[in-house]
Design a protein around this ligand. Structure first.
Ligand SMILES: *[C@@H]1O[C@H](CO)[C@@H](O)[C@H](O)[C@H]1NC(C)=O
Ligand SMILES: *[C@@H]1O[C@H](CO)[C@@H](O)[C@H](O)[C@H]1NC(C)=O
Ligand SMILES: *[C@@H]1O[C@H](CO)[C@@H](O)[C@H](O)[C@H]1NC(C)=O
Ligand SMILES: *[C@@H]1O[C@H](CO)[C@@H](O)[C@H](O)[C@H]1NC(C)=O
Ligand SMILES: *[C@@H]1O[C@H](CO)[C@@H](O)[C@H](O)[C@H]1NC(C)=O
Ligand SMILES: *[C@@H]1O[C@H](CO)[C@@H](O)[C@H](O)[C@H]1NC(C)=O
Ligand SMILES: *[C@@H]1O[C@H](CO)[C@@H](O)[C@H](O)[C@H]1NC(C)=O
Ligand SMILES: *[C@@H]1O[C@H](CO)[C@@H](O)[C@H](O)[C@H]1NC(C)=O
Length: 450
């Protein structure tokens, strides 16, 4: 409403170049300033200059059909499977495919459990059991859109789009196919159903920033969010106990420090046997010998992080198979106090849920940690760092590799300054998600602080 009256006013100004012009212009200016303040990211007005007079035109609605995705055309995709990261990437890829076809994505099924290969045993779980549906659409408004099956009118039969496979099915052919399906005669069909492989296996056509936009719209449902809060407050609680213990031990704690919560460092420690086998193979194949880190190397490097405030709680995000391995709790530098789910007494929280939700909680705990240390060849770690980089960019910092920033992230498998782990941010201007998420020894931050 505001916008259209704004538009009318500008037309009024144009037509009536009379002595009242100053008043009119002033009003317009005030309205403009308001708009810029209220909606700084949306530049929906074009400016034309006529006789030196700046005229605002084309004031399209902020949200709605002009920018939006069609609400009456849908894309249906196969069930999304495998690990949390695979599912998030696959989901974003499905969204971006729907965007390219200018269609609403029918809310896909995710998978609660993790059975590789045996797709028929994958327990489907609705997207909105994990992430907030309305919140997704409101955050991603104008970019991508989710819809529900009940909103299909079923007037026409869905058109099936079968993605090719094999060596001959190149990224170019895949793109051509999508372009073909965004034109007549397919464009008018109410539903296009993609059949075949899960979206994680489709060819990728989008830059990192598009994926990041979709990820930003994913907000956990309240129930899971509450569990995340419980886990984090338990970690903080342990931290404050640690501090009072340190105080009574006579350790000098500066009074300003007393007011701040004890920081927690989340370490995504990948040392379980499955990973070790995988990473050794990867090292051979890629001829990079910085992929596997031993327990000792991880502990050492985390202990050498410059400027780390002590004491600090170290939250070990580890695979379940390591929860009974007490050796991961020993050998940390003094002042670093390691905890895993069991020692924190929060394994009960996790046990209530299937794999996917457990993983989503751990992701969030790592995302919100004061410091995060992960493996740059792990997709989980990479997506955490992507989320943290976005968070950092929101604060307006320019040099994301500055060693003094809050929420730093590091890769323990790459040597950084002072024998510590290498500072790590995601390159948001990368043209390909694969470059930053499927494993790389490039952490976008040089050896010495820049
Ligand atoms: C989608 O279609 C609507 C309505 O036809 C159009 O206004 C909008 O620009 C299109 N969006 C994209 C991303 O192509
Ligand atoms: C259209 O079909 C879907 C199932 O494919 C169903 O959920 C939906 O309710 C149907 N819509 C109408 C309007 O009948
Ligand atoms: C989808 O269907 C529901 C229930 O009929 C309705 O409340 C909602 O407005 C519909 N949404 C759209 C975008 O058509
Ligand atoms: C990454 O690996 C390549 C190949 O082994 C090597 O040349 C390069 O120096 C490594 N980069 C870093 C940051 O260590
Ligand atoms: C850890 O040990 C306990 C008892 O020894 C056992 O019940 C539990 O299943 C084990 N957990 C894992 C993840 O191995
Ligand atoms: C970080 O902060 C410390 C002390 O506040 C300062 O000495 C140092 O120069 C800073 N480093 C950078 C890279 O800004
Ligand atoms: C980020 O990616 C862009 C595009 O690939 C590249 O030009 C740039 O050098 C990269 N930046 C860093 C810091 O690696
Ligand atoms: C990122 O991926 C693109 C496309 O696959 C490639 O051309 C580019 O060289 C890659 N950039 C880096 C830094 O690896």
């Amino acid at each position: 409403m505001e916008v259209s009256s704004n538009g009318q006013r500008s037309i009024y100004c144009l037509r009536h170049l009379n002595p009242k012009i100053f008043k009119c212009l002033a009003t317009l200016l005030v309205l403009l300033i308001f708009r810029v303040i209220l909606f700084p990211t949306i530049s929906s007005f074009g400016r034309i200059e006529e006789n030196g007079l700046v005229v605002v035109r084309n004031l399209s609605p902020l949200y709605g059909s002009d920018f939006g995705i069609r609400v009456d055309k849908f894309l249906e995709v196969p069930q999304i499977v495998w690990g949390l990261n695979n599912q998030k990437i696959a989901f974003a890829r499905a969204c971006l495919t729907a965007r390219m076809l200018n269609r609403t994505l029918l809310m896909p099924s995710l998978s609660a459990s993790l059975f590789y290969k045996e797709v028929e045993r994958l327990e489907p779980i609705s997207f909105d059991k994990i992430f907030r549906f309305e919140e997704f659409n409101s955050r991603c408004n104008g970019f991508v859109r989710l819809g529900r099956y009940m909103n299909i009118s079923n007037r026409t039969k869905p058109i099936e789009l079968s993605k090719g496979s094999g060596r001959k099915w190149t990224i170019e052919r895949d793109l051509e196919q999508l372009e073909e399906y965004s034109k007549e005669p397919f464009d008018q069909s109410e539903v296009i159903r993609i059949v075949g492989k899960n979206p994680f296996l489709w060819h990728d056509h989008w830059p990192v920033k598009d994926y990041a936009k979709v990820f930003e719209c994913l907000v956990l449902v309240d129930e899971i969010e509450k569990e995340v809060d419980k886990v984090i407050s338990r970690i903080r609680e342990v931290g404050s106990k640690v501090r009072s213990k340190f105080d009574s031990d006579g350790t000098v704690v500066q009074s300003e420090n007393l007011l701040q919560p004890v920081p927690y460092v989340a370490v995504h420690m990948r040392i379980e046997i499955d990973w070790m086998i995988h990473c050794k193979k990867l090292e051979q194949r890629s001829k990079i010998n910085q992929i596997c880190s031993s327990k000792e190397e991880i502990m050492n490097r985390v202990g050498n992080i410059l400027g780390m405030k002590m004491p600090a709680v170290v939250y070990l995000a580890v695979a379940d198979s390591l929860l009974n391995d007490s050796s991961i709790l020993k050998g940390w530098k003094e002042g670093l106090l390691p905890f895993e789910k069991k020692k924190l007494g929060i394994d009960k929280i996790y046990k209530k849920y299937p794999y996917l939700i457990q993983s989503a909680i751990d992701y969030e705990v790592c995302l919100r940690a004061d410091v995060f240390v992960g493996n740059s060849f792990s997709t989980f770690s990479s997506l955490v760092v992507l989320g943290r980089t976005q968070k950092l960019m929101k604060t307006g910092v320019v040099d994301l590799c500055d060693t003094n920033l809050s929420w730093p992230s590091y890769a323990y498998n790459i040597l950084g300054d002072s024998n510590g782990p290498r500072k790590w941010i995601s390159n948001m201007s990368d043209t390909n998600l694969k470059n930053i998420s499927y494993g790389s020894n490039d952490t976008s931050c040089g050896k010495s602080p820049r």
